[in-house]
Design a binder for this molecule. Structure first.
Ligand SMILES: Nc1nc2c(ncn2[C@@H]2O[C@H](COP(=O)(O)OP(=O)(O)OP(=O)(O)O)[C@@H](O)[C@H]2O)c(=O)[nH]1
Ligand SMILES: Nc1nc2c(ncn2[C@@H]2O[C@H](COP(=O)(O)OP(=O)(O)OP(=O)(O)O)[C@@H](O)[C@H]2O)c(=O)[nH]1
Length: 492
C-alpha cells in the first residue's frame, strides 16, 4: 500500500486535511500550533483506491526551530511514497520552506505543493507567489471551505497504482458462523445414522434441572429487549501477548475518549473505560492491565488467570488473534475461557494490514477448526494500527449484543421446534417414546431455552444440536451461545 505523508509547518492545516481525507474528525485540530501529538496512520480510500495516510506533527508551540521541522519532515518523507507539502496561503513563501521543498524533491518521490487556506476567489491570486517553488503539481485549496480539493484528490488518485483498487466484492472481511444444513429428504433412520460416529449416549442438560416453575410463566410478559441490558455492554478484550489488545482498545476508544456519565446501576470502575456509541454504553473491562507498561508476559498461568477475571466481569469477549502469525495453543486456551463463561463473542483477526490477504479462506478455516467451541462467533479482519474496519467492529458489537439480549416468544419458538420435529422425529430411548411438550425461553444474555418434555433424559445429544441449528437458522443468534435445559412438566 502506498504511504502518503502530509508535511509542513505547524498550523498550516495538516490535521484538517488529514481529517478530510479520512472523512472523520480523527486527528485533533485546534488554533494552537502543535496540537498533533503522535504520528497517526490511517487507511484512506481515495475514490476506489486504498492508501495509508501519515499525519506528522508533534512540534510544540514556540518550537519554530527550522531544524526540528526539517528533521521531522525528512523522517516522514523517507517513510512515504507520496508527499503532500503544505504551506499557508495566507502568508508569503518562506525561504526555509523552499529549501526544504527542494531537498524533498531530490528524493525522487511523488510530491505536490499544497497551498492551503485559499478560502475565496480573491485569495486565488496568492497562489502565484508559490510558483517560485518550481513545482508542477501545485494545488491551491481550502480545507475548511472545501475548495480545490477535487483536483488534489485526482492527483493523488493518479499516483496510486491500479493494484491498490479495492475489489469490495472479492474481499472477504467478515465471516458469519456457518449453520450446517440438514438433508430433509432423509428418513429418520438415515438422518440419525449420520451422527453415529459422534458422541454417544443420551444427553441430559447443560445445567441442573430447573426447579423453579415460575420462570416459565413470566416469559411472554417480558418485552423483547431489556433496556438496561441492551444499553450497556461490558466487553473484555482478550488474547495472548502481543496480538494487539492495547492497540485495539485505543482504536475502539478513539480520540474523543468520552467518560460516560453514571447511569444508575452502572457505576464505572476506574480500571474500566467507557464510550458512548450510537446511544449505547460500551465499557471495556479491566483496561488498567492493558495499559500498564512493562507488562508481565510469557507466563501462561498468569495470562489465563487474568483473562478469567476479565471475563467474569464481562458479557462480551473480543478474542484477538494475530492474523500475521501462526496461531498458538495459548490462543486456544484463552479462547476456551469464553465458552466456559457463556459470553457473546467476536473473533478479531488483527494486523490485517500486514497479513496475507489471499489467505483469508485458509486462515478462516483454521480459526473455525481450532476454535470449534466458538463456532457461533463471527470473524472480523481489521487493523488496530490503521483503524481499518474498527468502525465495523463497533457496529458489530451492537448487533451481537442485540442477539445476545434478545427474547424469542414462546409461540415463535414452538413454531420452529414443531416444524423441526415434523421433519425428523425425536428418537426413542430404549423403546420409550420421547415427547417435547413445548419450549420456552426463560433467560437472556445468553438466551436460555427450556425444553419441557416427558423424559428429559431422553433428549439425544445430536437431536439437541439439530434443534439448536434450526433455531439459529430461524433467528439471528450470531455471536451468542444458546443454552438448553431439558425439563419435566411441572405438576401444577
Ligand atoms: N482559513 C482557513 N483556515 C484553515 C484551513 N484549514 C485549516 N485551517 C485552520 O488552521 C488551523 C490549524 O489547522 P491544523 O489542521 O490543526 O494544522 P496543522 O498543520 O495540523 O497544525 P499542527 O498540528 O500544529 O502541526 C486551525 O485553526 C484550522 O481551523 C483553511 O482552509 N482555511
Ligand atoms: N502491523 C500491525 N501491528 C499491530 C497492529 N496492532 C498492534 N500491532 C503491533 O503489535 C505490537 C503489540 O501490540 P499491543 O497492542 O501492545 O499488544 P497487546 O496484545 O496489548 O500486548 P500485551 O499487552 O503484551 O499482551 C505492537 O508493536 C503494535 O504496534 C496492527 O493492526 N497491525
Amino acid at each position: 500500500m502506498k504511504k502518503i505523508a502530509i508535511i509542513g509547518r505547524p498550523n498550516v492545516g495538516k490535521s484538517s486535511l488529514f481529517n478530510r481525507l479520512v472523512k472523520k474528525r480523527d486527528a485533533i485540530t485546534s488554533d494552537m500550533a502543535g496540537t498533533t501529538r503522535d504520528v497517526k496512520r490511517r487507511e484512506v480510500v481515495i475514490n476506489n483506491k486504498r492508501a495509508l495516510l501519515l499525519d506528522t506533527g508533534g512540534l510544540d508551540k514556540g518550537c519554530e526551530l527550522y531544524d526540528k521541522i526539517k528533521d521531522m519532515s525528512l523522517k516522514a518523507a523517507h517513510k512515504a511514497d507520496i508527499i503532500l507539502y503544505m504551506v499557508d496561503g495566507k502568508g508569503l513563501p518562506e525561504d526555509e520552506d523552499k529549501k526544504l521543498f527542494y531537498e524533498l524533491q531530490t528524493m525522487g518521490k511523488d510530491i505536490a505543493l499544497v497551498v492551503n487556506k485559499i478560502d475565496n476567489d480573491k485569495m486565488k491570486d496568492k497562489l502565484w507567489d508559490f510558483y517560485e517553488f518550481g513545482c508542477d503539481a501545485i494545488f491551491g485549496i481550502s480545507v475548511s471551505h472545501n475548495r480545490g480539493t477535487v483536483n488534489l484528490l485526482e492527483w493523488i488518485y493518479n499516483h496510486i497504482p491500479d493494484s491498490d483498487i479495492i475489489d469490495e466484492e472479492a474481499e472477504e472481511i467478515i465471516s458469519e458462523p456457518e449453520i450446517p444444513e440438514y438433508e430433509n429428504e432423509l428418513n429418520d433412520e438415515e438422518f440419525f445414522a449420520q451422527f453415529e460416529d459422534e458422541e454417544d449416549g443420551y444427553f441430559y442438560t447443560d445445567e441442573e434441572e430447573v426447579e423453579d416453575d415460575s420462570i416459565f410463566a413470566q416469559n411472554d410478559k417480558i418485552k423483547e429487549f431489556d433496556e438496561n441490558d441492551i444499553n450497556h455492554i461490558k466487553i473484555a478484550i482478550i488474547g495472548r501477548t502481543n496480538v494487539g489488545k492495547s492497540s485495539l482498545l485505543n482504536a475502539l476508544l478513539g480520540e474523543e475518549r468520552s467518560v460516560v456519565s453514571d447511569v444508575s446501576g452502572t457505576t464505572i470502575d476506574p480500571i474500566d473505560e467507557s464510550i458512548d456509541y450510537k446511544g449505547k454504553q460500551l465499557t471495556f473491562v479491566d483496561t488498567a492491565g492493558l495499559r500498564r507498561r512493562g507488562k508481565i508476559d510469557g507466563i501462561e498461568r498468569y495470562a489465563l488467570m487474568r483473562t478469567k477475571e476479565m471475563l467474569e466481569n464481562a458479557n462480551m469477549a473480543l478474542v484477538v488473534l494475530d492474523a500475521s502469525e501462526p496461531f498458538l495453543d495459548l490462543d486456544e486456551k484463552i479462547a476456551g475461557l469464553v465458552d466456559q463463561n457463556r459470553l457473546a463473542c467476536i473473533i478479531v483477526l488483527n494486523k490485517w494490514d500486514i497479513a496475507d490477504k489471499n489467505e483469508f479462506e485458509r486462515i478462516k478455516n483454521e480459526v473455525r477448526d481450532r476454535f470449534k467451541f466458538l463456532a457461533y462467533a463471527p470473524i472480523i479482519t481489521l487493523s488496530a494500527n490503521t483503524h481499518q474496519r474498527v468502525d465495523k467492529l463497533h457496529d458489530m458489537i451492537l448487533k451481537i449484543n442485540e442477539n445476545y439480549s434478545q427474547r424469542i416468544t414462546t409461540s415463535q419458538l414452538n413454531a420452529v421446534i414443531d416444524k423441526a420435529q415434523q421433519r425428523h422425529q425425536l428418537p426413542t430411548m430404549h423403546g420409550q417414546v420421547i415427547r417435547i411438550y413445548y419450549t420456552t425461553q426463560y433467560e437472556t444474555r445468553p438466551p436460555k431455552i427450556a425444553i419441557v418434555m416427558n423424559k428429559p433424559k431422553g433428549l439425544h445429544f445430536t437431536y439437541r444440536r439439530y434443534l439448536t441449528n434450526k433455531l439459529r437458522e430461524a433467528f439471528d443468534f450470531t455471536g451468542t451461545p444458546l443454552l438448553f435445559k431439558a425439563k419435566k412438566r411441572g405438576e401444577r
